[in-house]
Design a protein around this ligand. Sequence first.
Ligand SMILES: Nc1ncnc2c1ncn2[C@@H]1O[C@H](COP(=O)(O)OP(=O)(O)OP(=O)(O)O)[C@@H](O)[C@H]1O
Length: 290
Amino acid sequence: MIEVDELVKRFGTTTAVDGLSFVVRAGRVTGFLGPNGAGKSTTMRMILGLDRPTSGRATVGGTAYRRHRAPLTVAGALLEGRALHRGRSAREHLLGLARTHGIGRHRVDEVLDQAGLTAVAGRRAGGFSLGMGQRLGIAAALLGDPAVVILDEPVNGLDPDGVLWIRTLLRRLAAEGRTVLVSSHLMSEMAVTADHLLVIGNGRLLADTGLDELLGQDRCLVRSPDAAELREVLVARGATVTAGAAGLLEVAGLGAEAIGAAAAEHRLVIHELAPVKASLEEAYMALVRS
Ligand SMILES: Nc1ncnc2c1ncn2[C@@H]1O[C@H](COP(=O)(O)OP(=O)(O)OP(=O)(O)O)[C@@H](O)[C@H]1O
């Protein structure tokens, strides 16, 4: 579990993080969203003890990250701007990290395999593509088999294969009971990967919510020559109905099947019946704009 309590970070006159409080729970993927400059990276860096808060505090597993004796086994992280010895091979890079924590070679081979890097493990990491570099950073984050995993924009530079790999990996880490905090700009990706979302803007918390709650109810668009009667029938069954032009109804609170069945019962004609999935992008933009 990660706990952030009234965290503030100022850089000169810039307030990057402005009184943030939240808890990231184990067993689910928590997406960390916000526009550029919202303070996501700075918050992650403070959780990992890399930036000192101006005030407030952040703990990982109940203790400040820097106080843990073997931090790699507590939390693994991928941050922007990887620290990498460019001349070393991927395996040497991981072995170097492993040695500082008394982690064996076997584990290095395991994470290389998990990250799909076994075939290139002997190659100079400096020559890696952006995507391969991301995979190596994630392999390093997993090295200590940590209970908490923090990834800043892990999908950056990954090809579709890599994106799918990350999605599957994050879901599995959460299913294993780990705490997973992941920032991303890709709403479509967060919509399929995250269970819970933290949205920040200007260093402040805008939402701490389940994905389903943020997306709200699904809606259906219905076109009918009997729109007025159909509307009454649907409202009587608890739907919220907004009437548009040319017999178009927007219905919330009843699914397509229930709408179709209600129309059939009352012998009302339907020309079109289309469920509309709320998009995370829309919900997010509405939040950030407000
Ligand atoms: N070391 C620093 N010195 C001065 N200002 C900084 C520093 N690090 C971050 N900032 C400022 O703090 C604010 C928050 O930056 P941060 O990188 O945390 O945002 P972010 O949400 O991660 O953005 P992005 O999505 O673009 O990575 C920005 O205004 C940024 O310019």
